[in-house]
Design a binder for this molecule. Structure first.
Ligand code: NAG
Ligand code: NAG
Ligand code: NAG
Ligand code: NAG
Ligand code: NAG
Length: 485
């Protein structure tokens, strides 16, 4: 079965290669025409430049067109993207914006799997053995674990996980190991003094899931999560596979290759994204990765992708993240880290972009986050067209739900602008971009040719639903953390 699948796969790759070669030559000729046009424009511009001493900031034609196009072949897979969410028990919105559950998406992916399943993960606790609470809402997690154990006996299941600490539960990993899964631990502490915080799945080198949910029963029923599944998309799955293979290699290693072997390189990044049809609509897509030391040639580091998405926005930037801190959260001595913060203020000031941040507030929120958020929210003055606003999202809990540790929180990690949907796995503070492993899906797709909404407008609707709900409270200069969380 596996052999047959592989042969079919290779054949597809062959056909794909020929199509890409055809397309390449088309691109080369288009490139030549584009270059001629650009050269003419440039000559005129240079004349003006010399006359008026204007500063030309546009990139050279070589960089803008021809160097990049032939190297970033298009993808002809019929890729289908679906946003997926976990809603904490009891949370209800006055909105028609709903998406399939992450639980259902994971089950479907396992049911569809014929040959392989690769999972990158932070930690595992899919049963509530960890809390001894016998929560009925742990049953979804238990179902996923059972199904995973079952497919581990049939398919190639590989799991890359952050090296667990002594105190962390090992039950799930032991069960999966005994069921036939191949498990490797990545000692991030030793490699970068960070953690492996990535959460994604690759199924049959064809379908992928990426998002905020951990392999934790709470992530299915007690924590608010957002992710995306992309079906029938070997091009993207192959590219995400390179990030997985990097973790797989590092698990056996105490040093980070530098440079990375060429098999880890990618052609797809913020400058030359993959061109593909997503839900029958053209889209430019790439995957970013952090920390920078894990990025082989061509890979856009996650921070660069966030900064470029902010810079590219023309009217609004909506951000929903659990934590937002312009600091290195875990460094000693303390370090200020304002790369993202500065970019947001710059967008609001220089280009009058509307900025909205929806940040989570719960029992474990660090108090220091609030003054920094107030500082951002103070960049608000309608007369000067400055418009940064911050709201705190609180997932309410009944007394019984309050007993569940590390639950009842909005754990989303995404950004949506007038042009881009960015779905990530990292908290937004310096550590996550400097020494912690994470990754993100960046979709550049604004106009839909089909009936269906673009993923950008679907994500915008999710943000607006949450922002306008009763679970969100505007952060003002007088807001007191204790009153909310
Ligand atoms: C998995 O099982 C093998 C024996 O089959 C054992 O040597 C290995 O340590 C186990 N790994 C984990 C992560 O439990
Ligand atoms: C993926 O492709 C298969 C085969 O063409 C098709 O049956 C299936 O419906 C597709 N899946 C999605 C989610 O579009
Ligand atoms: C999105 O695509 C457009 C053109 O297709 C490009 O000009 C823009 O830079 C892209 N934005 C990002 C953030 O990649
Ligand atoms: C995100 O930040 C919180 C608070 O610092 C931390 O507990 C958590 O491990 C981080 N990662 C996750 C699980 O999103
Ligand atoms: C939904 O609308 C009702 C009636 O206006 C309101 O009482 C309730 O709080 C709203 N819920 C949310 C989550 O916004």
């Amino acid at each position: 079965m596996t052999v047959k699948m592989d042969l079919t796969y290779n054949k597809l790759v062959d056909v794909e290669q020929r199509r890409q070669d055809n397309r390449k030559s088309q691109l080369y000729s288009r490139c030549a025409i584009a270059l001629a046009g650009v050269a003419a424009v440039l000559l005129a511009a240079m004349a003006i430049h010399n006359l008026l001493s204007l500063r030309l900031s546009s990139p050279t034609p070589d960089k803008a067109f021809c160097r990049i196009l032939p190297h970033a072949p298009s993808c002809y897979d019929p890729c289908k993207i679906v946003l997926v969410e976990s809603m904490p028990e009891g949370l209800e919105f006055n909105s028609s914006t709903t998406h399939p559950s992450i639980f259902q998406a994971w089950l479907n992916l396992m049911n569809d799997a014929h040959s392989s399943l690769d999972i990158a993960s932070f930690y595992w606790t899919l049963t509530n053995k960890d809390t001894h609470t016998y929560e009925p809402t742990a049953s979804q997690g238990e179902t996923i674990l059972k199904k995973l154990a079952e497919v581990s006996g049939r398919l190639s299941v590989r799991i890359a996980v952050n090296a667990p600490q002594e105190s962390q539960p090992q039950h799930d990993l032991r069960l999966l190991n005994d069921s036939g899964a191949d498990i490797r631990t990545v000692n991030m502490k030793e490699l970068t003094s960070g953690v492996l915080h990535t959460k994604f799945w690759i199924v049959d080198k064809k379908h992928i899931y990426i998002g905020s949910a951990n392999m934790d029963w709470r992530s299915l029923t007690q924590v608010k999560e957002l992710g995306a599944v992309i079906y029938n998309c070997s091009c993207l799955a192959t590219d995400l596979g390179k990030i997985f293979e990097a973790y797989w290699l590092l698990a056996e290693s105490t040093t980070i290759p530098s440079p990375w072997p060429s098999s880890f390189s990618t052609l797809y990044n913020k400058d030359t994204p993959m061109q593909l049809q997503l839900n029958n609509t053209p889209a430019n897509v790439y995957l970013s990765s952090s920390p920078p030391s894990f990025c082989a040639a061509g890979r856009t580091p996650d921070l660069q992708s966030i900064l470029s998405v902010i810079e590219d926005a023309r009217s609004f930037i909506y951000i929903a993240v659990m934590n937002y801190l312009p600091t290195m959260e875990f460094s000693h001595p303390k370090r200020y880290w304002a790369d993202i913060d500065t970019q947001l203020r710059k967008a609001a000031y220089e280009r009058r972009i509307v900025v909205r941040l929806l940040i989570s507030c719960w029992a474990s929120t660090q108090p220091v986050m609030i003054p920094f958020l107030k500082s951002l929210a103070s960049v608000y003055d309608p007369k000067s067209k400055l418009d940064i606003q911050v709201r705190l999202f609180v997932v309410p809990a009944t007394p019984k739900q309050k007993e569940i540790p590390f639950a009842r929180v909005n754990h989303n990690k995404y950004m949506v602008t007038d042009k881009i949907a960015y779905i990530g796995t990292s908290n937004w503070s310096g550590d996550y971009f400097v020494n912690t492993a994470g990754s993100a899906l960046v979709v550049n797709q604004t106009s839909s040719k089909s009936e269906e909404l673009t993923v950008q407008s679907q994500l915008q609707a999710v943000f607006e639903r949450d922002w306008n709900s009763d679970y969100s409270t505007p952060l003002t200069q007088h807001s007191n953390l204790k009153h909310y969380c």
